[in-house]
Design a protein around this ligand. Structure first.
Ligand SMILES: *Cc1c(COP(=O)(O)O)cnc(C)c1O
Length: 339
């Protein structure tokens, strides 16, 4: 009756993705608390598996894991060098001329990366801005020059080749290590690998890494069961009404635990008892979900919402979202157990 996080599966997914880019250093993205799974456990497990290059979004996330990793682990901060931020032991990825010039004299030599905008228009130097500081930046010895693909989860999207060409043009003749790809780009093939890849969602068992080992399972305790008669309704808004004598189980989780109301809207969300699944009926409320368990021979102590049969992407589809959002939304009220 817990959120079970398989650290061995995360490490195995990291390794199998790394094997797809044998010429590149396999970096590990542990931003947003390792996609909600607990960076304090995930980052050391990845270090033990061989990862040395870690990526977080914010300096604060980097400060949290810095003491947990040996000195040879590099922690890159994707948001770069923000005003007043303590970057001790961290490597800001500078995104703009403003970030480049901020505290430039205080920055230890080579203690930075550079992000270039190759088309996504989210973060990074525009070509003209880059041209203006390029010589000075390269002379200071950046640890990484990177960009990010906007459409890598769609292999046939023309933006992939366009961004690749722009990145190549912007980094021609540069002798610093280069990085373009996250999980999706890593799967696009060797042209996209460069010197380092930044592996994220695939490690955590999500698409587009279809071969990933599942990482999370989540079982929700059954609080009580009741019999309802045909014509009786269940939950807020009376949105579901029994058409036969039914047994309803109420489980202890809801939208406050990251299981959004929208997941049940199409009426297709199911909870699992071993090999069998049962439909969620009625609305998901803040702390509770109701399930029609009439067809189970007996009601177990807990029902699973995430398991090897129903992964994060299957659940995400039902709510019109993506596996990333399911993972990063998982709450902290249910106990977490690490394998
Ligand atoms: C989040 C992120 C990644 C990891 O992406 P995945 O799709 O999860 O592999 C890599 N690079 C940057 C810049 C990111 O923001």
């Amino acid at each position: 009756m817990a959120l079970v996080i398989d650290l061995g599966a995360i490490a195995a997914n990291w390794k199998s993705l790394a094997d797809k880019a044998p010429g590149a250093r396999p970096g590990a993205v542990v931003k947003a608390d390792a996609y909600g799974l607990g960076a304090a456990r995930v980052a050391p497990a990845l270090y033990a598996a061989g990862a040395r290059d870690f990526f977080v979004a914010l300096a604060g996330e980097g400060r949290d894991i810095r003491p947990l990793l040996p000195e040879d682990a590099r922690i890159f901060v994707l948001s770069g060098h923000m005003e007043g931020e303590d970057l001790t032991g961290l490597i800001p990825v500078l995104n703009s001329p403003e970030q480049f010039f901020r505290d430039r004299a205080l920055r230890p030599k080579g203690q930075f990366g550079i992000q270039l905008d190759s088309g996504m228009n989210r973060l990074g130097f525009e070509p003209g801005e880059w041209a203006a500081i390029r010589a000075e930046a390269l002379a200071a010895g950046p640890q990484l020059i990177m960009s990010h693909l906007a459409c890598a989860d769609e292999p046939d999207h023309p933006a992939n080749a366009q961004q690749l060409a722009v990145f190549r043009a912007m980094t021609e003749g540069v002798d610093a290590p280069r990085a373009l790809s996250a999980t999706g780009g890593t799967l696009l093939g060797p042209d996209y690998h460069f010197d380092l890849v930044r592996l994220g969602i695939g490690m955590y068992g999500g698409l587009p890494y279809a071969e990933a080992r599942p990482v999370v399972s989540l079982a929700l305790p059954v609080i009580q069961t009741r019999e309802v008669k045909p014509g009786e309704s269940v939950g807020y808004g009376y949105s579901w009404t029994a058409t036969r004598p039914a047994r309803i189980a109420t489980v202890a989780a809801g939208y406050a635990d990251g299981l959004a109301r929208a997941l049940a809207r199409q009426g297709q969300l199911r909870l699992w008892a071993g090999e069998r699944s049962c439909p969620v009926v009625g609305r998901i409320s803040m702390d509770l979900i109701t399930v029609d368990v009439t067809d189970l021979p007996f009601v177990p102590e807990a029902l699973e919402i995430l398991n090897a049969r129903q992964g994060i992407d299957a659940v995400a589809d039902l709510g019109g979202t993506i596996g990333y959002e399911i993972l990063t939304s998982l709450g902290h009220r249910y106990p977490r157990r690490y394998l």
